[in-house]
Design a protein. Sequence first.
Length: 350
Amino acid sequence: MKAKNVKLSLLCIFIGMALYPADVLASKLTVEQRLELLESELSANKKELQKTKYELSTYKNKIATLQKSVAENSYRNTAIPDITATSPVSENINNENGEINQSGSHVPVKGTQQVAVIDSNGKNTTIESVTLKDISKYVKDDIGFSYQGYFRSGWATGNHGSPETYAAGSLGRFGNETSGWFDLTLNQRVYNQDGKTATAVVTYDGNVGEQYNDAWFGDSDNENIMQFSDIFLTTRGFLPFAPDADFWVGKHKLPQYEIQMLDWKTLTADVAAGVGIENWLLGPGMLDVSLSRDDVDVYSRNFEHTTQMNTNSIDLRYRNIPLWKDGTLSLMAKYSSPNKTDQQKDNENN
């Protein structure tokens, strides 16, 4: 009988130790303290439950949106049974979803329409909604190609034969020339990593004759001419002392200032090749500086022949200095130095 009582007592002790933590057993709690502890744990459990319900509701909404999109795509694919296995992007890339044949009916899309995008990062999967315009912008930025330019063209006639160009090359000549002028620039980013970029830029300009159908470039008897006015590489983020400035090298020059309506350039520069920095934030303004080469033909005293003289120039511009609201000041300076040959120096003394 005593053995049974001892076993029963030990069993009660073990059950008590399992139900109550050591700190509770060490210090005897009152009924009020125990109720307060239970209420605190219950409140924490309720908050955790509400958080879980919110996350579950958000996840269900995203899944429903994705399922709706998949269902619409499936219906479209079944309505157009002729599906090929190749990808429209490249011949060596397989299209997992198949390619809709061009003979099928096309569904019009808008840039504001949204699509579901799934991003899987390890065990975490997120579903985001983006517009087609966002995707188009991303693709253009990822390719890194852009284009800008200007050209003029039109039709003209006269009351006595072919129209004649009036005041070609003079001030305010827009509308007085009957040819087609063009100025086109192509930009292609070739490097983009860790905040550093490099872009190749090519600008070609010239004139297209609008008198004859078969006017070829290079023929001195017609108006068709073309030149590459810019071909250079510009970079950003490579200069430790000016990470936001543009550093370029090649055939390029600092920006020109022109009054478009008058076709009049207040500041211009002739450059064959050079190196420079633009948009360098220095003090209250921005600094542009370039070192360039532009050789010139120097006539002899009797104007019978010319010789090539090498010329190098330094162009400095400190601009966008704030003065008042919507008022800025720009300071510009240029220095050119001839690099004469011995023969040219001797000719100056004769």
